[in-house]
Design a binder for this molecule. Sequence first.
Ligand SMILES: CC[C@@H](C(=O)O)C(=O)SCCNC(=O)CCNC(=O)[C@H](O)C(C)(C)COP(=O)(O)OP(=O)(O)OC[C@H]1O[C@@H](n2cnc3c(N)ncnc32)[C@H](O)[C@@H]1OP(=O)(O)O
Ligand SMILES: [Co+2]
Length: 136
Amino acid sequence: MIGRLNHVAIAVPDLAAASALYTQALGAEVSEPQALPEHGVSVVFVVLPNTKIELLTPLGGQSPIAAFLERNPSGGIHHVCYEVDDLKAARDRLVTNGARVLGDGEPKIGAHGLPVLFLHPKDFNGALIELEQCAA
Ligand SMILES: CC[C@@H](C(=O)O)C(=O)SCCNC(=O)CCNC(=O)[C@H](O)C(C)(C)COP(=O)(O)OP(=O)(O)OC[C@H]1O[C@@H](n2cnc3c(N)ncnc32)[C@H](O)[C@@H]1OP(=O)(O)O
Ligand SMILES: [Co+2]
């Protein structure tokens, strides 16, 4: 069911500083910031030869990552994103098998303009998992 690793996400307290760190200290290619109010975050993507790193920071007063950063003030690995061929079929199979899909269970459009869902970290060995519909 799951396919390629689309990205690994790191929550950061200061997106500009984290972007500069990846650009200057690590010599990486970093995208321009994207504000995603429907997700309560702003993000940049670090483009790697085999996957991406998503650097994200809270946006607005209701960010789902605010509590994570309170627990981890200097930041930390936040989630991994796997690609799936059919997001709704994957969701239905996971729910049938007892996994919890976060939010209202309906896919939302993510940073790549594709539908995404999140699975509860407590159901997957303490790791927050994002599933992204493969591009057609
Ligand atoms: C940019 C768009 C998109 C993309 O296209 O890539 C994104 O990536 S958007 C990313 C931001 N959005 C989300 O993360 C949505 C899903 N997340 C959530 O709904 C919440 O973050 C959460 C997973 C429900 C956690 O909420 P929180 O308020 O932090 O705390 P809780 O008390 O409800 O947490 C329960 C339990 O889970 C542990 N936890 C929390 N976050 C993580 C995490 N990232 N990784 C692992 N574990 C996590 C938390 O510590 C609690 O554990 P216990 O204390 O042991 O109960
Ligand atoms: Co993500």
